[in-house]
Structures are given as C-alpha cells and as structure tokens.
Design a protein around this ligand. Structure first.
Ligand code: SF4
Length: 342
C-alpha cells in the first residue's frame, strides 16, 4: 500500500463520515465460553488446562448501573459481547435476549450492538424484538482449512452456517457487522481478498471491525494445549495496522470502520482515526482483574486473559478528544435508535 492509498482512504472517510469519530462502549456481560478457539483467552481449551481467568457473568445490578453510568457520560452506542455461552443456539439466544432487554430498559434511546456467535433465523428475530439494533459476528479467518484448525469445538466450529449468518441477520431487520482477526493468519492479504469477496456475496456489511490478536498471558503455573496460539502467527505492527485499515476503508467505503485499542491508543485514536470512523471508548470486561463494581481507571486493563486486554480511556470522552488529530471530532451523539448510525 502506498501513501497515496492511505491518503485516498482518508479522503473517503471524510467524504462519507465527515470529521466525526463515533465512540461506543464495549461490555462483556459474561466472560465464559464453551467454544474451543485456539487464539482466545476464554477458550474452553484453556479451561481444560486450568489456565482460565474468567469470572462468569456480571451481576445484573452491576450491568444496570454500568449502562446508566455510561449513558450519563454521553455514550449512546453500546456493544454487548458474548462468547458462546451455550452449546445450543436456542439457549444462547435466550441468554442474550435477557441482557439485551436489560440494556434496552436501562438506556431506552441507545443503539445496541450485540456481538455474538451465529444464531438461527428465529434467534435474530428474538434479538430484534428484545431491542437489538445490530449484530456483529466475527468470522476471524476465511480460509476453510485454517478456519477448522483454529476452531476446534463449539458452535463456532461450523464455518458453513456462520458464512450465511449475515443474510439471516439482515432478514431480521438488523444491521450487520463482521471482521477478521488480524494476526491470526500470516498471509493477511489472501484473507482480506476472501473477506471482501464474501461480503459482496452476502449483501455487504454496515460495520467492519478491526480486532488484533495479541500474545495471551497465562496465569502462573498453567500451560496451554498443543497448537494453541499463545503468540500471534503474525505480529501486527502499528504501520501494518494502518495499512490494513486503509485497505478495509477502500474495500468498504460506506461501512462504519471500527478501530480497536488493543494497540497503542495514542496511535489508534491519534492517527488511525483519520481512516476509521468508530472506535471503542470505555471497555468493561468480565475478567477477574476488572473491578466488579466500579469503572477502571485510565490505562490498559491488566488481564489474565488477553481476550480482555484493552486500553481503557475512562468514561470521559474529552480525554480521547485530546489525543485525536486536528479535524477528527469525538462524537457521542446518536440520532434515533432505529436507524443506522451516521
Ligand atoms: S473467540 Fe469467542 S467463541 Fe471463541 S473462545 Fe473466544 S469468546 Fe469463545
């Protein structure tokens, strides 16, 4: 990618999204999963080895308090993240519906994004009825052989039914998000090509996220099963992340492109935001190291499972604005919950 491509990506961002950098909160109501992905600190493969740092589910009262706290700080968009919290899609739907209803009740005007494993058609209708506005279901990796190596068990192992999820989500009247996990496959360009081709087959995406795999920290005295991706197969440097985001912006000019602060937040808010138009703000993790009943202070969350390892900018968006480059304006406003953001 040349610097002129990066320039072009910036121009597209400004043309289609203006200066606004939308911030959303990220909340993991449950940090427990029954899937065996080889790159995730919540993987049941780690649980079997005793290398698990999960807490379980948030207390409902804590969840209600948190949503209201974030709403008071101005956050209008919330992403609720669920691993596979059941082996069966109907049970998964039932559990997620409960949290969506809670979020909707605590913050009626918000835009609610649910990040969860794939569901049957009926499950998406139930989430829509519960008050969800968008669903993100990350494919992480496209190449079928690599996909099956990385997803050893659980609902996520069935790539074929996950590939059809975007149509089911849209059929239910929900906006659609997806993503690859950068760092998981060395040949990232081949993955990107397949991702872009697939997105066209399934009617495009409203959101494209940009998660990055990082080294997993295991609790002392524990180990991971053989072949588990403790270290990313490809290290994503800051420059490579910028390049990937620029490629994605050119491929998805109209989609909300969502940056990720597992990398240096000064770089992500301060430079990548000229290409991406959304980013996480406050992140509430279920990891044991996250305080149960208060917001964490500014900085990286020290987590025993790096699935949960984000920079946390605090709930105050003005601190993020100070990091942004001139011409990028942090925007928490949201105009109506039943229309697309933007
Ligand atoms: S990536 Fe998601 S589905 Fe896979 S183990 Fe982690 S939380 Fe579970």
């Amino acid at each position: 990618m040349t610097s002129s491509n990066i320039e072009q990506a910036r121009r597209i961002r400004t043309k289609n999204f203006g200066n606004a950098l939308r911030l959303h909160s990220v909340i993991y109501p449950i940090d427990f999963c029954t899937s065996g992905c080889t790159y995730c600190g919540l993987s049941t493969l780690l649980a079997k080895e005793g290398a698990h740092g999960v807490r379980g589910a948030m207390r409902p009262a804590t969840f209600d308090w948190l949503i209201r706290e974030l709403a008071d700080a101005g956050y209008q968009i919330h992403e609720l993240v669920f691993g596979t919290v059941a082996e069966d899609q109907d049970l998964l739907t039932k559990r997620i519906v409960r949290w969506v209803e809670r979020a909707r009740a605590a913050h009626p005007e918000s835009y609610l994004i649910v990040n969860c494993d794939t569901l049957h058609q009926d499950g998406y209708h139930r989430l829509k009825d519960a008050g969800a506005d968008a669903i993100w279901t990350f494919m992480e990796v496209m190449s079928p052989d690599i996909y099956s190596q990385k997803h050893r068990s659980g609902l996520k192992a069935d790539q074929a039914q996950r590939l059809q999820a975007p149509q089911r989500i849209r059929n239910a009247g929900l906006a659609v998000g997806n993503a690859l996990l950068w760092g998981l496959v060395p040949d990232w360009k081949a993955e990107l090509e397949q991702f872009v081709a697939w997105s066209k087959e399934v009617g495009g995406f409203d959101f494209v996220a940009t998660p990055v795999q990082q080294t997993i920290t295991l609790p002392q005295g524990t180990s991971a099963p053989e072949g588990f991706d403790i270290d990313p197969p490809l290290t994503i440097s800051l420059d490579l992340y910028l390049e990937i985001c620029a490629h994605l912006r050119l491929a998805f000019p109209d989609a909300h492109l969502v940056a990720n602060t597992r990398l240096d937040p000064d770089f992500v808010y301060g430079k990548v935001s000229e290409i991406t138009d959304m980013c996480n703000g406050y992140v509430w993790t279920g990891a044991r190291s996250h305080p149960a009943e208060q917001l964490v202070s500014i900085g990286h969350i020290k987590s025993d499972t790096t699935q949960m390892n984000f920079h946390n900018p605090g709930a105050d968006a003005t601190a993020i604005q100070q990091i942004c480059p001139p011409g990028v304006t942090v925007d928490l406003s949201f105009d109506g919950r039943r229309t697309a953001i933007g």
